[in-house]
Design a protein around this ligand. Sequence first.
Ligand code: ZN
Length: 297
Amino acid sequence: MADHLIRATAANGNVRAVSAISTQLCEEARQRHQLSYVATAALGRSMTAGLLLSTGMKRLDARINFQFMGGGPLGKVWIDAGADGTVRGYVQNPAVELPPNKLGKLDVGGAVGRDGTLHVIRDLGFGYPYSGTVELVSGEIGDDVTQYLATSEQTPSAVLLGVFVDSEGVQQAGGMMIQVLPGAPARLIDDMESKLSELTGFTPLMRSGMALTDILESVLGKWELQIAPETQMIRFSCPCSADRMLRALRLLGEAELRDMIEKDGGAEGTCHFCNEIYRVGKSDLQQVIEDLQAREG
Ligand code: ZN
């Protein structure tokens, strides 16, 4: 089934939930960036979390960015997700692989690192982005996003994320975010915590073959769960283009561009977020120079 997410409320609107299947977009990221297993899990979890959080924003051009800087061998993990259901992202060192952790799972925490920060930028679409930074808890992504929501946004939340990848690629990926809204009865928070403590992660839920609606039902079913009828499609997408590359080249100025023509016979640029390579030939560079001269003249 195509990647998508669904929203729900429970307990008379005191609980908000979002759940997503993100298998295809995680696989696209894996192929584009030639990600190792552990890098696939780290970036896949981060992209899924970004999409889960971006659903709370009203405007379609609203976006959220996560920058994980944990000091681990993967280096920086950066994702950009939008309320329109698009996401893109990269890790600094995509080839890094680590042995499994003590639980026999991909060592995402070890690869991202635990000694650093998660920096979050929310742009609601009005042109005044706001940002928050929290210390990393485990580098496992879900814990760190939960910590960010609790401290920077004062919303007690549970974020479960799972990416199952084998030698054939990403087999299953997805996640779920459950938030208890301000003013909820203390009893509800206790009940919810004990229910969530029974869960061992999102991967076992997906691997059992349950659809998103079944997963939400199994977790929140006893609190008058109401699943919203709309399904939102989600996908890997990057707005970069050859045109943007040309505009960026213009900023380098005439001397630098002439140098590129002489030394390299053209220019080449790679988009960090999607790894697309753009090549600009001699004649196109010449055209950029002529445009610059025309503007000056
Ligand atoms: Zn791109």
